[in-house]
Design a protein around this ligand. Structure first.
Ligand code: 13P
Length: 287
């Protein structure tokens, strides 16, 4: 069964650790994340971008695959299925399809419009007992064709959105999606501390989890970050493991072309990456 992310995030904020959101792209990805969460007794959030949802055949397919897998693999740790960077229409669609959590990303609208649209989604998520993430201050970099310019969120705007009753809040603090450039200035902890001060118990979300140095991750958690999103790192390790397998060549002469064999090293690479992140975020044995 899928659960709202609310309870796991309240516990994480109180316990000073973060729950990982790992984005999924296909069956192997989903299975790798679910099994790793179970093996490490960790709560987990499966992130689905609108592009990934389309790729996997549609949101209903994602819900059916995930819920069936939870049952058949005997996954008992809390699992939330979450729309990542959803548009207004996308949020409505995943709610209809049976997701347990949504992100409505209104950061590219004016703050007034972001508030108005976030409020409308909150009405529905509250009624259905789902969790909702909102965003203030767009996250930089490129994800799934969506390019953000990256900005530091205004703490008073964060408070306005937090007070609407969202479950969690993503605030731009210099984090970007994808790889960080050489001249990256790092996370803005002064802004994060101000946001925490004004938003109180609100679990904060750190996007762009790939490539942030460990010490910064730990400091962010100490300042109220309770959810950290990771996507690119799983993609890179998956691609690298698959490349190595193909380059080894000999495996492709026998039965190595069998997709189950071809994708096995990538599957294991995702599992290793997810485990490493769960240990770093402190969510192991917190289910
Ligand atoms: P990365 O791809 O940089 O890990 O960021 C993932 C993310 O923030 C998804 O919303």
């Amino acid at each position: 069964m899928l659960v709202s992310a609310k309870e796991m995030l309240i516990k994480a904020k109180e316990g000073k650790y973060a729950v990982g959101q790992f984005n999924i792209n296909n069956l192997e990805w989903t299975k790798a994340v679910l099994l790793t969460a179970q093996e490490n007794n960790s709560p987990v959030i499966l992130g689905v971008s609108e592009g990934a949802g389309k790729y996997m055949g549609g949101y209903k397919t994602v819900v059916a695959m995930t819920t069936a897998m939870i049952e058949e693999l005997n996954i008992t740790v809390p699992v939330a299925l979450h729309l990542d960077h959803g548009s207004y229409e996308g949020a409505l669609k995943v709610i209809e399809a049976g997701f347990s959590s949504v992100m409505f990303d209104g950061s590219h609208y004016s703050i007034e419009e972001n508030i108005a649209k976030t409020k409308e989604i909150i009405k529905i998520t509250e009624e259905k007992g789902l969790s909702i993430e909102a965003e203030v201050g767009s996250i930089g970099g490129e994800e799934d064709g969506v390019v953000g310019t990256g900005e530091i969120a205004d703490p008073s705007e964060c408070k306005l959105i937090a007070d609407l009753g969202v479950t969690m809040l993503a605030a731009g603090i210099g984090n970007i999606h994808g790889q960080y450039p050489e001249n990256w200035k790092g996370l803005d902890f002064t802004a994060l501390a101000q946001i925490k001060e004004l938003t109180g118990d609100m679990p904060l979300v750190l996007h762009g989890g790939t490539g942030i140095p460990e010490a910064m991750i730990k400091e962010a958690i100490s300042l109220g970050v309770a959810k950290i999103n990771v996507n690119t790192e799983c993609q890179l390790t998956f691609a690298e493991a698959t490349r190595k397998y193909i380059e080894a060549g000999k495996d492709l002469k026998g039965k190595g072309f069998d997709p189950r064999k071809l994708l096995a090293p990538g599957f294991q690479a995702i599992k290793d990456t997810v485990k490493e992140k769960m240990e770093l975020f402190g969510s192991v044995n917190k289910a």
